[in-house]
Write a protein that binds this ligand. Structure first.
Ligand SMILES: [Zn+2]
Length: 384
């Protein structure tokens, strides 16, 4: 059975141009794009704009809201969050730790609906670094109290390899590494970072396991060290400089700024430095992909990231590209998704009206298709 999405303007994300055409869906794939097509069923999309499903390269779908609740609440809350993301046009998410292998299992078994999820399980760091939930008050303070999440800490190169193996054993698609401590720790003058040898060992072990590494990094030195070791993307990068950007460019490292996540912290000096990092990356030709760092409630997601990327210099078309074709390239999924083109997955978003303006993008979403299946939006907003 084929379904014809008829009469919309189709966005070519690569060029930013629009063309009126039909899109023919067959099963979970786009079978054809062009004028005058016919299908077994027809959906009238006239007056609308079809864009590829959005990809968030840095989110935390399973972080709990602030309230102290039983452990199960973290999982159950994520069910609503995942469905909400789908109704907002987000069809693929790289989870930057927090979701374990039960999430993609529940999605693929059809128990719940949500974006296609690539997981990293935990965030690897040395003792005292990003992944170490130790507090002077309580000592070990695992915020999730979830023993099914493997220990993310390492000290030394063998230990770094073992940490990678623990994550892969637990189902990680990607390896998340903390090249710096959290921004709040850096501001307090405490930044515990992995050595160059540890980063190299970690990246090498990930590669042996068929995985890529993405690195939380804020300072130029840490971003440079991570890029030189071959990580696939630098996340956040609030304080990047010319030297770090040059290293990223040289080593073909991507940049996922997560402007919305940092903006939500409300520190103007960081926001200004962050925008400058994006502008340096743009000027140097470092590829940029969209990520939101969605983690707190009410959360920001990639729809909040798009206008910020646009303002920072990408423009509306560039921001949409960062959340579609460029994001797919970063995730090595561009053979499968990220554009409206024959052969790719039928992950599509129908927007009301024409034009690329990102103003009120969530309000323009009429229908979302994931794997060729329409998503009803009646549930929208419940997880926020
Ligand atoms: Zn994050």
């Amino acid at each position: 059975m084929t379904v014809l999405l008829a009469g919309a303007e189709i966005l070519d994300v690569e060029s930013g141009s629009m063309e009126r055409a039909d899109v023919l869906l067959q099963g979970d794939r786009i079978a054809a794009v062009g004028p005058g097509l016919s299908g077994d069923e027809q959906v009238d999309c006239s007056g609308g704009t079809l864009i590829p499903g959005l990809i968030d390269c840095h989110a935390h779908v399973a972080f709990p809201s602030g309230e102290p609740l039983p452990r199960s609440a973290r999982i159950l809350e994520a069910v609503a969050v995942l469905y909400d993301l789908l109704t907002r046009g987000v069809t693929t998410v790289r989870d930057a730790w927090g979701a374990d292998a039960g999430f993609p299992h529940a999605l693929s078994a059809g128990w719940i609906r949500g974006p296609d999820l690539l997981i990293s399980v935990g965030q690897l760091s040395p003792t005292g670094g990003l992944g170490d939930d130790w507090s002077p008050e309580y000592g070990d303070a695992d915020a999730f109290a979830d023993p099914s999440l493997p220990d993310p800490l390492f000290d030394g190169t063998d230990s770094a390899r073992a940490a990678v193996r623990r994550m892969v054993r637990a189902g990680a698609d990607w390896i998340k590494m903390g090249a710096n401590s959290p921004l709040s720790s850096i501001r307090r003058g405490r930044d515990i970072t992995p050595t160059d040898d540890e980063i190299h060992a970690l990246v090498d072990e990930a590669r042996r396991c068929g995985r890529d590494v993405f690195a939380h990094a804020h300072t130029p030195d840490s971003a440079t060290a991570a890029a030189q070791a071959g990580v696939r993307s630098i996340e956040h990068g609030v304080f990047l400089d010319e030297h770090a950007i040059a290293a990223m460019h040289r080593h073909r490292c991507w940049y996922v700024p997560t402007l919305a996540g940092i903006r939500s912290e409300g520190d103007e000096a960081s926001d200004a430095a962050h925008r400058r990092s994006v502008q340096l990356a743009l000027a140097t030709g470092v590829p940029i992909a969209a990520g939101s760092d969605m983690s707190t409630r009410p959360q920001v997601d990639v729809l909040d990231e798009l206008p910020l990327l646009s303002e920072a210099g990408l423009g509306d078309a560039g921001a949409l590209r960062a959340a579609t074709s460029e994001a797919a390239r970063l995730l090595r999924l561009d053979h499968d998704r990220g554009c409206v083109a024959p052969g790719l997955r039928a992950d599509l978003v129908l927007l009301d009206g024409s034009g690329l303006s990102l103003e009120d993008l969530p309000g323009r979403i009429r229908t979302v298709w994931q794997n060729g299946r329409p998503v009803t939006a009646s549930h929208a907003g419940s997880g926020r």
